[in-house]
Design a protein around this ligand. Structure first.
Ligand code: GCU
Length: 337
């Protein structure tokens, strides 16, 4: 299996080369739908990730339902660049789809930030209801005009902080710690409210940045932590569970517009169904990921999350400024038990 840290030095060159090849070969959104149309899909993690597996299942169902007219060609491990770069490839039509974390889409419409607010979901079941209930449909359509549309959301579990040196159990422990975050202002602010310093970067650089001491740690879910072997460089996993960030499946707008209406409906329906599949796969993978990390020397520490919650309350209120954000927040909370 290709591991991110092994492809690191090559990533930007490879991404540029792959993007150029895609553009030159004319396989972008202008490809005529003769035979099977392959939907190039960028994914930043490995084939073991439940999101990758859900995409494979989506592809199989789409291919069967359209009598072989459409299928996905999934490029894992950041081979098409990090999430920011792959979102740009989707916008331009050089590729058709990508999975990108919600904070990257927030850069296009601030209302998305509600989906990644600290403690907005009570538990995975609440998040599943929100993602499958249709309450997000108009938000998802709102990026039309920028070259892409959000098709569905996948879970990425709850994120916690992990560090080298020692576990983090209080906001005071976070002081002076440089923790990698995703490339968004909200994520940087969240790290500050937790007591540390957020350093934005793409996922592919995290392992070596911790190893080289550029970072003291990172924050992510258990599956990513184990799959990318980040326990090797940051073995102290502290269950802060500070945020459940949605991952979004995005598709190029003009590719969608050019699809035959019947195929487009099937595409949308099956993509939404893949969310349910993905939640089930995620749930099954979680214990195994924890165990793998433990077997390889990671220490998991439970954390009293109240002091972190308290410190993040002002950020929560600051994130709900527009009437749309407030309405969305209410709709999400109404779906809690
Ligand atoms: C999670 C999430 C990814 C994201 C990653 C990150 O794994 O599922 O979409 O890229 O975190 O922190 O970059």
């Amino acid at each position: 299996m290709l591991h991110l840290k092994h492809v690191l030095p090559k990533i930007s060159l490879v991404a540029t080369a792959v993007a150029a090849t895609i553009l030159l070969s004319g396989c972008g959104d202008d490809a005529a739908p003769t035979g099977t149309v392959t939907l190039k899909t960028a994914f930043n993690q490995s084939e073991n990730n439940p999101q990758y597996k859900a995409l494979v299942s989506f592809s199989d169902k789409l291919e069967a339902a359209t009598n072989g007219r459409y299928k996905l060609e999934i490029h894992p491990n950041e081979l098409l660049g990090d999430q920011r770069a792959s979102l740009e490839l989707v916008q331009s039509g050089a590729i058709q789809m990508a999975v990108v974390a919600n904070p990257l889409v927030e850069n296009f419409n601030k209302n998305f930030s509600v989906l990644a607010m600290p403690y907005v979901y009570d538990n995975p079941e609440h998040q599943r209801k929100v993602f499958t209930s249709g309450v997000l449909d108009s938000l998802f359509a709102s990026t039309k005009g920028t070259g892409f549309e959000v098709i569905t959301a996948y879970t990425a579990g709850a994120r916690s902080v992990y560090t080298k040196g020692a576990a983090v159990t209080t906001p005071a422990d976070m002081q002076g710690k440089k923790i990698r975050v995703m490339q968004s202002d909200t994520m940087i602010k969240m790290l500050s409210c937790m007591g540390g310093t957020g350093v934005p970067m793409g996922q592919g650089e995290v392992y070596s940045a911790i190893q080289q001491g550029v970072l003291d740690g990172a924050e992510n879910n258990e599956i990513t932590y184990a799959d990318l072997k980040q326990y090797e460089v940051a073995p102290y996993f502290s269950a802060t569970r500070h945020v459940m960030v949605a991952d979004l499946l995005v598709a190029n707008e003009s590719f969608l517009a050019k699809m035959d209406e019947g195929d487009r409906e099937l595409f949308r329906k099956l993509a939404k169904e893949s969310t349910q599949t993905q939640f089930e796969l995620w749930d099954k993978a979680l214990d195994g990921a924890r165990q793998t990390a433990k077997d390889n020397g990671a220490t998991f520490t439970e954390v009293d999350i109240k002091p972190f919650q308290e410190r993040c309350k002002p950020l929560q209120s600051a994130m709900l400024t527009t009437p749309e954000q407030k309405a969305l927040y209410e709709k999400i909370r109404e779906l809690a038990e």
